[in-house]
Design a protein around this ligand. Structure first.
Ligand code: TRH
Length: 368
């Protein structure tokens, strides 16, 4: 994917297809690039010419090994020679190159300049979504930057959800998919996927989980740290890095998904299965209220015992509360959690998706 052919149609601007430039800096891990890739790919599949500019394209070799028609992935530094497209998306406050901003200001029809922010269920998102920032000085003087906040309701920018996603998840034969790869559970075993940061409380989780589980470990520190901690009746398999498409299929195949960051967290919600989120840790403690805001929204319609237990489990998994019997109880009532996960997903899926909202926000055809 980093070697998307230079002659890719996405490099050439044509009047009938709007061109979008999406800029991404990789801070750490894979989430920022993962989100940008999903957005760029979704736009390309909806007929947009999408260019993804990033300072690290190397993870695309496994996230998206096949080329995507209409999508070009380019090194950040090459943007100095590019003519800006119709829409420019600055993701997660990554600060566009001055030369590119100057070229935006010089363009005969001004591009829409959109700052795509991180996902949160906190109330500031609804207040901040759509705010503008006129540029009075610098290379972009005269331009206006607008802020787009993803979120979980109609007063926000929504969630990335490409057309057909829910149907594909529901039609997926998880048992067969796992079996072909040698990752199938034994009869009577349940299966979970685990994608976690190095500080995850693995030993306490395994105690709470109990026997009868196959754990599919995604790449990361837990692949080494977890196997020696396994309790009787638990086994683990270390997985290779999967493409984003196959990672989705993994989520659709499991009884429980442990996810992290932003993108895997969203994808697990689209899987419609019980999901335990390890939030990205922030030194200032901002992750605590962010987790609570998500729990409050996502569990609002859940039966009270599930709400209490899943909340206890989520706080314990994130080191925000001790492990209690209540937290372990949550893992004993997965059918109830699964029913709620499907109901939560149905509510989200009834809303317009992020790409459609972003297209409308940019003022271009195809939006919701
Ligand atoms: O990797 P993450 O922790 O990402 C981020 C970053 O840390 C970022 O700086 C921070 O701001 C953000 O979290 C909140 O987790 P995330 O967001 O789930 O991204 C992982 C990506 O990797 C996602 O797009 C799914 C993809 N992936 C695969 O494609 N194959 C795999 O096998 C796995 C495990 C993940």
């Amino acid at each position: 994917m980093p070697d998307t052919p230079a002659e890719s149609p996405a490099d050439m601007q044509t009047p009938d297809r709007p061109t979008w430039d999406i800029f991404c800096r990789v801070i750490d891990n894979y989430g920022d690039l993962g989100v940008c890739l999903r957005l760029a790919r979704d736009l390309a599949r909806r007929g947009v010419q999408a260019r993804l500019w990033s300072d690290d394209l190397s993870p695309l070799a496994w996230m998206q090994p096949e080329p995507v028609d209409g999508l070009a992935c380019r090194p950040w530094a090459d943007s100095v020679r590019a003519e800006p497209g119709d829409v420019v998306v600055e993701t997660f406050g990554c600060e566009l190159p001055d030369s590119f901003v100057a070229a935006m200001a010089a363009r005969s029809s001004t591009p829409a300049w959109i700052n795509l922010e991180y996902l949160s269920a906190e109330s500031y998102v609804e207040r901040s979504h759509g705010l503008t920032s006129p540029q009075f000085s610098g290379p972009g003087a005269g331009l206006e930057k607008r802020f787009f906040y993803p979120g979980f309701n109609d007063r926000t920018g929504g969630l990335l959800r490409e057309p057909g996603l829910i149907d594909a998840a529901d039609a997926h034969d998880g048992g067969a998919w796992l079996a072909v790869r040698g990752w199938a559970p034994a009869p009577g075993e349940r299966v979970l996927s685990l994608f976690a940061y190095p500080h995850a409380p693995l030993a306490a989780f395994l105690d709470a989980l109990g026997p009868g589980w196959l754990l599919l470990l995604c790449p990361g520190a837990p692949q080494q740290a977890l196997p020696p901690l396994l309790r009787p009746g638990q086994r683990a398999i270390a997985l290779p890095r999967l493409s984003q498409a196959d990672y989705d299929r993994l989520l659709w195949s499991c009884d429980l998904n442990l996810v992290r960051g932003e993108d895997s967290f969203v994808r697990a919600q689209w899987a419609g299965r019980p999901m335990l989120w390890q939030i990205y840790f922030q030194d200032d403690g901002a992750h605590g209220p962010k987790l609570e805001a998500f729990l409050a929204q996502s569990m609002a319609g859940a039966p009270a015992p599930l709400r209490a237990r899943w909340g206890a489990l989520s706080r314990a998994w994130n080191g925000l509360a001790p492990w209690t019997p209540e937290a372990a109880e949550a893992l004993r009532e997965l059918p109830v959690a699964a029913a709620h996960a499907r109901a939560w997903r149905a509510g989200l899926a009834a809303q317009a998706d992020l790409t459609a909202r972003l297209q409308a926000f940019a003022g271009l055809p195809g939006g919701a």
